[in-house]
Design a protein around this ligand. Structure first.
Ligand code: ATP
Length: 429
């Protein structure tokens, strides 16, 4: 007693198999802890009694299998409990995947087919909960000691690195509800645009490169081979988007296709994949908790992801401002300008612009506020097939003195002088 301040601490009791859905406000963080019972956030168990800090804008659910009491400190944009969730269906999928992992592990590692664990691909329209389901499957597997590989093909709202990239990383521990995917050493390919329609051929080339690289890593690592992978995809499922899903299923040799929230997509994929007896196409219910995001929110989220890359989630990183001479850096663009659609050309004619042609870019003011990728390539002709080391952000171009100022995660020389530019920009706020 005696305190003048109004306590904003409150408790929520959750019955078994129910969840507390929370939206953190845009400007204030939220503290939350598990008081009693057991609960998890998207597959990662909450530690008992320890306060967790959730940053602004985060949307999540605390789910309990057996019942729990949660304590919250702070205001929320929205919070409510729900006892209808698709979690039982999701955990049943996990159990089947576990069986396949165990079988793969037990088989002789010489046989490449039987020693391969499940290759799961999660597909569905935008805002169907694909990233969230991927995260749960990975966290549940990691909790049981597996190190599954997470592959994120979503160049718009991916969760491994900045937008405009496809990436993969092993998941060795349940994914932290606040920190997200650890950024240790992901394998990243830079597409440079936030929608594949800017260069569909390039997108396919990069998906193939990523798959080839993972295949190579798996061949020397029976542990990660048995753990398998979980592949998250884009929400674009019509026309070219659908074609890209089929391309991804094929390229990664996916053997479990999880379809979220759309009957039509499930039936289309089931029909087209029915002559592949070892591929299971499974329909799963979308969670009522998934929060829809409009174009503006998506744009904002992309911008925050880039900010997070340089400054950290809690402003805990200090990026370095560096200056280089124009002559020190070699900037390339992949694909020569906008392509004429094939349908607009005379029969038999090829589009003039080769979508995977490497085009040198001269440094000028157009590069201001652009985010560039640093290629691991040793020669320019390796750029398309190479993954990237990281990113820089151009903050100033001095034409007279031929100097370029950029923000990089660290001080010192860049790992390579070959940079890739796309259409990815950022306005530091
Ligand atoms: P995209 O269209 O970008 O591919 P998606 O299908 O991958 O989206 P998610 O990113 O998984 O969808 O979910 C969208 C948002 O909803 C995320 O902020 C996620 O944290 C939130 N969310 C998902 N499930 C729940 C839930 N059960 N309760 C509360 N929030 C949730």
């Amino acid at each position: 007693g005696g305190s003048a301040s109004v306590s904003m601490v409150r408790q929520v009791k959750l019955d078994k198999e129910s969840e507390l859905r929370v939206e953190v406000p845009n400007d204030t963080p939220l503290r939350l802890r598990l008081l009693s019972g057991t609960a998890e956030i998207f597959g990662a168990e909450l530690p008992p009694e320890i306060w967790l800090n959730f940053p602004p804008r985060l949307k999540f659910a605390v789910f309990t299998w057996y019942g729990a009491t949660i304590e919250m400190d702070g205001t929320t944009e929205l919070d409510y409990t729900a006892d209808e969730t698709p979690m039982v269906g999701y955990v049943n999928v996990h159990a089947i995947l576990e069986g396949r992992r165990n079988r793969a592990k037990a088989s002789s590692s010489n046989d490449s087919d039987s020693s391969q664990g499940p290759r799961v691909i999660v597909v569905g329209p935008t805002d169907s909960g694909k990233s969230t389901l991927s995260r749960m499957l990975l966290s549940w597997a990691a909790k049981q000691g597996w190190k599954p590989t997470f592959v994120d093909l979503d160049i718009g709202q991916g969760s491994i690195t900045i937008p405009g990239c496809i990436a993969a990383t092993p998941i060795e521990m349940p994914i932290d509800p606040v920190e997200g995917i650890p950024l240790d050493m992901p394998l990243v390919y830079f597409f440079g645009h936030t929608t594949p329609s800017n260069n569909v051929d390039l997108y396919k080339v990069l998906v193939k490169e990523l798959a080839r690289m993972l295949e190579r890593q798996f061949s020397g690592n029976s542990e990660s081979r048995a753990a398998g992978m979980v592949i998250n995809t884009m929400g674009w499922i019509e026309g070219v988007g659908y074609e890209l899903l089929l391309h991804a299923i094929d390229t990664f040799n996916a053997n479990v296709v999880l379809v979220l929230g759309q009957e039509k997509l499930w039936s289309m994929l089931r029909d087209v994949l029915k002559n592949k007896p070892n591929v299971d196409v499974v329909k799963l219910q979308k969670s009522g908790g998934v929060v829809s995001r409009n174009a503006k929110v998506r744009q904002k989220t992309r911008s925050y992801r880039i900010r997070e890359y340089f400054y950290g989630l809690a402003n805990d990183l200090s990026p370095h401002s560096n200056i280089a001479n124009f002559s020190d850096l070699f900037v390339y663009r992949i694909g020569g300008g906008p392509q004429a659609p094939r349908s607009a050309l005379p029969i038999g004619a090829e589009p003039a612009a080769d979508p995977t042609r490497l085009v040198p870019v001269s440094i000028n003011r157009d590069l201001l506020h652009v985010v560039l990728a640093i290629s691991f390539a040793k020669e320019p002709d390796e750029i398309i097939s190479s993954n990237v080391a990281g990113f820089i952000y151009i903050t100033d171009i001095d034409i007279q003195r031929k100097k370029i100022t950029y923000l990089a995660p660290a001080a010192g020389e860049l790992p390579s002088k070959y940079l890739i530019v796309g259409t990815l920009t950022w306005l530091e706020t």
